[in-house]
Design a protein around this ligand. Structure first.
Ligand code: ZN
Length: 150
């Protein structure tokens, strides 16, 4: 829902201006009498999908090799501990292979390092999901009626 005054996304307010009801954003909600504020989160609605993607940190090879050496762990021993092939782990340390999430998590746990980082695109996706549910004025009146009855 777009703000009917400034056109920005996320018109969570309904205000009354000279008898007309407008869907507006928080910033424009001061332009009239607020009829309804942001809709409360309904419990039955499914939780926002967490779409944040995980990415292996830059320089992961150095991170792994550095932590491993600090711990005095030979590559073979580390490989054995996390149940991976030593040659594979060597490729990862040389950044010839990107560890998948599962392997990265095992390495994080074993070495006490942070390899995975969230790519922040998730927040934007969630914000978009929350919009455009398009409650009509009729819906809102219906909800208000229901509230009164309760
Ligand atoms: Zn606005």
């Amino acid at each position: 829902m777009e703000c009917e005054i400034c056109g920005s996304e996320g018109a969570d307010y309904i205000i009354a201006v000279e008898g007309a009801k407008l869907f507006v954003c928080a910033e424009c909600s001061g332009s009239g009498k607020i009829v309804k504020g942001p809709a409360p989160k309904r419990e039955e609605s499914p939780p926002a999908r967490h779409k944040a993607e995980l990415e292996v940190a830059d320089g992961f090879g150095q991170l792994i090799a550095g932590a491993r050496k600090r711990m005095g762990l030979p590559l073979e021993v580390l490989a054995e501990r996390i149940n991976e092939k030593h040659s594979f782990l060597e490729r990862v340390e040389h950044e010839k292979t990107l560890p998948d999430e599962k392997l990265a998590r095992k390495l994080e746990k074993e070495l006490g390092i942070k390899l995975l980082q969230e790519v922040s695109s998730g927040a934007a996706v969630n914000a978009k999901d929350g919009q455009g549910k398009g409650m009509t004025l009729g819906d809102i009146l219906e909800i208000q009626k229901r509230k009164k009855r309760e």
